[in-house]
Design a binder for this molecule. Sequence first.
Ligand code: IVH
Length: 715
Amino acid sequence: MAAKDNAVAVDKLTEAQAKAELKRLAAEIAKHDKLYYQSDAPKISDAEYDHLRKRNNAIEARFPKFVTKDSPSQKVGAAPARGFGKVAHSVPMLSLGNAFSDEDVTDFADRVRRFLKIDGELNIVAEPKIDGLSLSLRYEDGGLVRGATRGDGFVGEDVTANVKTISDIPHRLKGKNIPAVCEVRGEVYILGRDFIGFNKRAEKEGIQLAANPRNFAAGSLRQKDSSVTASRPLKFFAYAWGEMSAMPSKTQFGMIEWMERAGFATNPLTTLCKTTDELLTFYRKIEQKRSSLGYDIDGVVYKVDRLDWQERLGFVSRNPRWAIAHKFAAEQATTVLNDIEIQVGRTGALTPVAKLVPVTVGGVVVQNATLHNEDYIKAIGNDGGPIRDGVDIRIGDTVVVQRAGDVIPQIVSVVLDKRPKSAKPFKFPTVCPACGSHAVREEDPKTGELDSVRRCTNSLACPAQAMERLKHFVSRGAFDIDGLGDKQIEEFFEGGLVMSPADIFTLQKRDARSLKKLSSREGFGATSVRNLFDAIDARRTIPLQRFIYALGIRHVGEGNAKLLARHYGSVESFRKSMIAAGKGESSEAYQDLNSIEGIGEVVANAIVEFFKEPHSVDAVDALLKEIDVLPAEKVKSDSPIAGKTVVFTGSLEKFTREEAKATAERLGAKASGSVSKKTDYVVAGPGAGSKLADAQKLGVKVLTEDEWLALVGEK
Ligand code: IVH
């Protein structure tokens, strides 16, 4: 490989050289992608191609400021040959937290006030929550250039041609002074009567019926042939925005008025409220109107009106602090429990699943529902006290099933009058149904309480656990490999082709026989194999946060994975520190792990346990041989606190702890819960105790609240 031999070592490159080389690499990789994917005529070997990508990534890792949106590292494979193109959202499309009761709404308003430190006026916009699918529309110089679905919130599908057929969506924005870039977001939905009309015709014509209006709208928007979309009466309400080169208003309500002036349909029920009571009155009014609106809604949404406050409130993981969805009560139906199946999860948890006589709940056919755990079946609640008036759940029972939004349906009660005489209490297995090993309920060492979950003890070799771990590994927030879903993992696992994560990445290299085995599978032709390999290759480079999440460590969800990635920065540092943390609770590495804000003892211990297992470390190392893990994105900041670790202590008077932490993170600092040698600043309010003493002992700089405000430029 000539490029490798005379290339300048990455750590010796000047900025100018790096920039020029990235440009050249992007062009070269794009050329080879095209040859490979579209012309089916590769000109270089896979190893040479991999080398180009690796070099690109290494240079980008050293010069993150040169990473462009169309860098090969940011692209999800090459342009897909089939289906829709992918669109990376410049501002992510996030989701909303839920409120289910009046109290949840009061808590929301209180939280907002506390965070902002206000007790005066707090205007909140209330509007219906449309049950459709969200869409982002990009306008440049007033003209519609792209329509994209939400996808996973970060990358969606390009549905521009289809979007242009929706009459509620203007092709050109109206009015003067339209910002050069406007991304208007909202919900695509369909009127109930149009949905019913379509299903009536479909029935006559013998074509497939749609399950509910939302599925119908989604299916219609994702048609390959846009004339089909055009024939479907889709509608659109605008209620949010993404990237804006200028803001036409300073308030949420003002923005909605602007969207209307620009030519969009906005929801006519949208109301500006001044008190929590007004929010709740709005909720009740909409709940009453729900059935006569003509379109499906599943709750109402509340949004803080002032946009500067929205900005200050920011986000917690994927939900804004400045908005919440107040959901309508769940829908229920009655059916018969045919059987109870025990599923084994990736952490060995035995979960009972109700197999039901299919029943429609709120427009969706339900045949499985969760039974949570052993105690739930026995009518014992989390606190050890009775639930459902002490009525247990038995096979053969008539039960009430409840479904709320996207939450897994659950069984809420039993109709005792209908219990068959022969029904017996359910015996929960004490051995794993997949591997026969003991399944136990762990005792909390501190409280002596039994865990509600029974777990298979054979975490290493239990086939069900191994398979579930692989499913998690390829899932959305993790490696997200197209075409490698639960079904394929099951087949590959059972066929002995993929037993560990690394196996996914070596599939292609393995002997012809295993590949033949793969392509001889039903419904898995040569093209599918090739597409799968492309999808796998597209994930050979992965951000640290996804990598950590993919490991499937107990208690490490996407949020914790992000905290860990930000703290450790690189996969090397993460791996080394986790192994060192296994040396004991007094080790510096363990203390450091435990000091990460948001990572508690339970999580820390689960991570340490994972890395104490040589088998896990081997699996991680085998995987690392096949892939590149991108260092965590450092928050860009030229603030003096960027990269520093700060501890807040005492009763803070000038700002709330949450607000201070949010400021620290926004400026690229880490907020930590305990003081160590690595702490840079301790911000002490009145009444600071042991943390302040620790800081003085370790010689850590202590700041007053005012000094902190000055340091972060808020004073
Ligand atoms: S605001 C940052 N307003 O609900 C959050 N969402 O759970 C921006 N939705 O994905 C969303 N009606 O598809 C907002 N009036 C409304 C909505 C609404 C429906 C959907 C939307 C979003 C989901 C959030």
